[in-house]
Design a protein around this ligand. Sequence first.
Ligand SMILES: Nc1ncnc2c1ncn2[C@@H]1O[C@H](COP(=O)(O)OP(=O)(O)OP(=O)(O)O)[C@@H](O)[C@H]1O
Ligand code: SF4
Ligand SMILES: [Mg+2]
Length: 319
Amino acid sequence: MEKMLEIKKLEVSFRPAVGESVKILRGVNLSVGKNESLALAGESGSGKTVTARAVMKLLPNNMNFEKGEILIRDRNVMNLKEQEFRKIRGKDVSMIFQEPSSYLNPVFTAGSQVLEAVKGDGPGRKERTIKLLNEVGLKENVFYQYPHQLSGGMQQRVMIAMALINNPGLLIADEPTTALDVTTAYGIVELLKEMMEKHGLSMLFITHDISLAVNFANMIAVMYAGRIVELAGAGEILNSPLHPYTEMLVSCLPEKYKSGDKIKTIEGKVPDFRDLPKGCSFHPRCPYKKEICLREEPGEMKRGEGIVRCFKYGDFVEA
Ligand SMILES: Nc1ncnc2c1ncn2[C@@H]1O[C@H](COP(=O)(O)OP(=O)(O)OP(=O)(O)O)[C@@H](O)[C@H]1O
Ligand code: SF4
Ligand SMILES: [Mg+2]
C-alpha cells in the first residue's frame, strides 16, 4: 500500500534552560497508508503533539531532531530547509490543532484567514473558500465574521476548511475535539470522517480518548513516554489488547462499567522525561512486571499487522 507518512526511529529532544537535554521521542515508528486512518492515543504528556509537530516541522525552538527519518509520500523531509518544506506544508500534509481559538487571528475574518492559506494565485479563490466553508457545515456569512463571533465548534470547522483548502493527501488532527462539548465534538468527528471519504484523505488522528480512537481509525498506535508500545487494528485493541498499558486504557472505558461501579483510572502517572525509570518505563504502574522489566527496555516485537513492546511476549531487548 502507498504510504502517505512514514516515521522511522524518530528521536526528538528538549533543551532546558539549564542542564542536559532530555529525550522526548525515543525511537517512534509509525506509518499511515493511503486512505488509511491511524489514531495515535495515549495519556497527556506522552509525546503525541511533539510527534505531530515534528512531522509538520513546527517544533518549538527548544526542541531538536536527534535521529530518524520522516517520509511524506516516500520523500525524506528531515533535511529539507524551511523554504522547501513550505511547499509541502498545507499541500501534502496539513494539521488542525488542539485549541482552534489560539490559532485563529482575532483581527482577521474567518474567510480572509482561509483565503490566506490558499497556495498559488489562481482565479476563483474566494468562491472555492466559500464552497469549502459550506462543505464543512458553515454558512457563507461566516466568511465575513471574526473568530470571536463564532462558537468553538464553528472555529474548529474554519480550521478544518483552512487545513483542506489545498487538497492535502494527509491530515493530522491533534485532539480536534478537546475544547468542545460532547455533541459539538461528535459533529466534528463525523465531519472529519465525511471529509476523509469525500477528499480521499489519509488521517493521523491524535487523541487521549481510546474509545474515540477505536471509533475513528482502522489502526491504533498507543504511545507511552515517547514510544509506541502497541500498534494494532482497532478491533484488536478493544477486544484483545496486548500491552498492559493498553489493557488498562481499555478497562477504563465507560462502556465497561455497570451502573454504580467506581470510576476506574490508571494508578500512577506518566513518568517525568527527565527521570524515566530504568528498564521498561511502564514498570512502576505494571501489575505484570518481572525482574527483566526493571533492567532492560523491551524491543519492538511484531504481532500480526502490528507491534508490541513488552516482555510478556518474549525477552526481546531494545537494541
Ligand atoms: N515547548 C516545550 N518545552 C518543553 N517541554 C515540552 C514542550 N512541549 C512539550 N513538552 C514536553 O514534552 C512532553 C510531551 O508533550 P506533548 O505535548 O507531545 O504531549 P501530548 O501527548 O500531546 O499531551 P496532551 O494529551 O496533554 O496534549 C511533555 O512532557 C511536555 O511537557
Ligand atoms: S515490559 Fe514488563 S513492566 Fe513493561 S509493560 Fe511489559 S510486563 Fe509490564
Ligand atoms: Mg497534545
